[in-house]
Design a binder for this molecule. Structure first.
Ligand code: AHR
Length: 493
């Protein structure tokens, strides 16, 4: 047998924080405008301007938190332009993303309303790059102060009597790049200064997130941890899979077999990044108080032909479902340090859950993975050992099978398995210890015949989960056969 998996259902490895399954919505392309916000007068069915079909689909994912307003946009966003009567709101240029006019119709109140509809926690990213300490401080006061103050009074005038609850707040984004091109020493000092005025009002306690490294810039993590760890609760980390590299990313649909392999190998690189950044963090924070907040991840390809290059609109194939499955397994397996993550992005941008074409909407293969994996949210991770065949591309090896396992509150054990091989099945010698199988295993699979299969507005269900029956149970030993290029969830009750 090429792969052996042993799950010890009675050996806990700590909780898998539900916030690992977070999302990200930036003012970028058609993510906010059209994807979420259509306005009250739109013919697209909506509630107070937010489209109903998208909210209904997203609610199925149990989204734990939603990051907004960027990304790069965050460091040029001035929140005061986005509150008050919509017709009076200032129009600005979205310089990062297509140079289009941003009319500020979706601002703080609309974002908080969206979070309420999705029953998700807001994660707001403040502006360090082009903002001021006062602006950031007043935003927090506006949102969370319940007494009498200039900002709280203004919020009330704008229709929100009660202060909102806000836990997650990011102090800048990618400040090594679009967030100000800073050196880590400079940003560490700015972080310390800005975060001082991110106040806790009443019982609202903010979890402060410092802007983290670009991929493998380990020096950034070293400096931030050395200079500012005690002022932060989380440190972010961003990494995207680009099969052909940043400047020639490759097509989302029309890709080669080699690009498939590179995509898998690069998805696994997430694990090396987490381990190396964690090692540095351990030096300054052995108790692991400061979390890694992997608040941008996903597969980022060239835009769909004929679309605005600044809008980052791309299709999503079965390849993306496997990338998502592998990455989420890695996050689950590093639950001691990785306590939040946000896939980029929720709708119509990069590796999205949903694609829209005006009033039409489809779900992507990645959406189905998030739905399938929601059983891991806040579940108890259980010990899993895996021995699998190594595949390789350009001399770099990566495992054929990726796996993680957790136990839900009702005792169900869920095991997520991905086969990264696009040509061959993976036959797994699977053993469950610490629990009776009793023939109660069920499964679901996401796969397809061709590696570039995807959902379209004409054929929206080409890639979707179906029942998985590829296992043969005998006592507590099972032979599981994963189809090529697949994501499987096994559940034992
Ligand atoms: O997600 C798209 C962009 O990628 C974000 O705005 C930025 O933070 C990152 O570089």
């Amino acid at each position: 047998m090429e792969t052996r998996v042993v799950v010890n259902a009675d050996v806990s490895r700590g909780k898998i924080d539900k916030h690992i399954y977070g999302h990200f919505a930036e003012h970028l392309g058609r993510c906010i405008y059209e994807g979420i916000w259509v306005g009250e007068d739109s013919p697209i069915p909506n509630t107070n301007g937010i489209r109903n079909d998208v909210v209904a689909a997203l609610k199925e994912l149990n989204i734990p938190n939603l990051r907004w307003p960027g990304g790069c946009f965050a460091d040029e966003y001035h929140w005061k332009d986005g509150v008050g009567p919509r017709e009076n709101r200032k129009r600005m240029i979205n310089t990062h993303w297509g140079g289009v006019v941003e009319n500020n119709h979706f601002g703080t109140h609309e974002f908080m309303m969206l979070c309420e509809m999705l029953e998700t926690e807001p994660y707001i990213n403040g502006n360090v790059g082009s903002g001021t300490v006062q602006e950031m401080s007043e935003w927090v006061e506006y949102m969370t102060f319940d007494g009498e103050s200039p900002m709280a009074n203004w919020r009330k005038e704008n229709g929100q009597e009660k202060a909102w609850k806000l836990k997650y707040f990011g102090v800048g984004n990618e400040n090594w790049g679009c967030g100000g091109n800073m050196r880590p020493e400079y940003y560490a000092d700015l972080y310390r200064r800005f975060q001082t005025y991110v106040r806790n009002y009443g019982d609202n306690k903010i979890f402060k997130i410092a802007g983290g490294a670009n991929v493998d810039d380990y020096n950034w993590t070293e400096v931030l941890m050395r200079e500012a760890a005690r002022f932060m609760d989380g440190l972010s980390l961003h990494y995207y899979v680009h099969p052909g590299g940043f400047f020639n990313k490759g097509d989302a649909v029309r890709f080669s077999e080699k690009e498939w392999e590179l995509s898998m190998q690069k998805a696994y690189f997430t694990e090396e990044l987490i381990e190396k950044h964690s090692t540095i963090m351990d030096k300054y924070d052995p108790e692991k108080r400061v979390a890694i907040i992997f608040d941008e991840w996903g597969a980022w390809y060239d835009v769909e032909p004929g679309t605005n290059p600044g809008f980052l609109y791309q299709q999503n194939t079965v390849r993306d479902s496997v990338i998502a499955g592998v990455t989420l397994n890695i996050f689950n397996n590093h639950n001691d340090r990785v306590r939040m993550a946000n896939i980029a992005q929720m709708i119509n941008v990069i590796q999205s859950m949903i694609l829209t074409d005006e009033e039409k909407m489809i779900l992507t293969p990645t959406y189905h993975v998030f739905k399938m994996y929601k059983v891991h949210q806040d579940a108890e991770r259980v010990a899993l050992d895996i021995d699998t065949k190594m595949l390789s591309v350009d001399g770099k090896e990566y495992p054929q099978v990726s796996a993680s396992a957790s136990k839900a509150a009702d005792g169900t054990v869920n095991i997520s398995l991905c086969n990264t091989d696009k040509d061959n099945e993976a036959t797994i010698d699977f053993e469950l210890r610490g629990m009776e199988l009793l023939g109660n295993m069920t499964g679901e699979v996401i796969t397809s015949e061709k590696m570039n299969d995807h959902n379209t507005f004409e054929n929206p269900d080409k890639v979707k989960p179906v029942e998985f029956t590829g296992f043969d149970t005998k006592d507590n030993a099972v032979v599981v056969t994963l189809p090529p290029m697949s994501v499987v969830m096994l559940s034992v009750r």
